[in-house]
Design a protein around this ligand. Structure first.
Ligand code: TIU
Length: 224
């Protein structure tokens, strides 16, 4: 067991039953011309999470943790996208329209790819999800169950949207979630702060929060 300093109190994890879940670190959210930008956001705000995610990935791989990546996006014919989601959006472009990184939020297009800095390694499951939560209409629960995973270390974007939705889903399914504050990011700093506070309030109502340095230090002790 490893003990990681966290809010609201230290979390004990068994590395054999822990996975690192990296959510939607896609070009469509982190680079100009994709889905994030189409919604009117300053995508540069998310890029600060790349380096902490790199550190987490290195430490998790060294410690032998299961590493899972997710991507939000849709089939090219958009048949898996609710019409309400397709209609929404602040800009002139919508999901499925052509952009500088290909069709926005469509599987197989360059913008749908994970940013090169965080490229999955062979053997690491990559889950495509049509919604904000990583459990919704995916086989994530099956993958985690097959590996007897009980704890999730959670990174990715955005803090208050896909990370929050996924952590809420995971908590209800009995997983203990440790959200890594500098490895998650939002287009809205105030939402980022509030989202992390919501997780840890009320005695850790649906999780724990720590930073990448604490996770890496604990995992390095395990790997040694
Ligand atoms: N818009 C926004 O903040 N997020 C999303 O649409 N998806 C994810 O968070 N991945």
């Amino acid at each position: 067991m490893i003990k990681i300093p966290a809010r609201p109190y230290p979390l004990q994890l068994n590395p054999a039953h822990t996975a690192l879940l990296v959510i939607d670190m896609q070009r469509d959210f982190l680079e100009p011309g994709g889905f994030g930008a189409m919604l009117g956001n300053d995508v540069a705000r998310l890029r600060g999470a790349i380096r902490p995610c790199q550190a987490l990935l290195a430490a998790a791989r060294d410690a032998g943790l299961l590493v899972i990546h997710t991507r939000e996006g849709h089939r090219p014919d958009l048949s898996d996208a609710p019409p309400t989601k397709l209609r929404r959006g602040a800009g002139a472009k919508r999901i499925g329209d052509a952009g500088p990184m290909g069709r926005i939020l469509v599987r197989g297009e360059p913008g749908h790819d994970i940013v090169p800095e965080l490229a999955p390694q062979p053997g690491e499951p990559v889950l495509d999800k049509p919604g904000k939560g990583a459990f919704y209409q995916t086989d994530l629960a099956l993958v985690l169950g097959n590996r007897h995973i009980a704890h999730l270390i959670v990174a990715g974007v955005t803090t208050e949207v896909c990370v929050h939705t996924t952590v809420r889903e995971a908590n209800d399914r009995g997983f203990e979630c440790l959200v890594v504050s500098d490895a998650v990011a939002s287009y809205f700093p105030e939402f980022h702060r509030a989202a992390l506070d919501m997780i840890t309030a009320q005695g850790g109502i649906f999780g724990w929060v720590t930073d990448a340095a604490q996770v890496c230090a604990a995992l390095t002790r395990t790997a040694a």
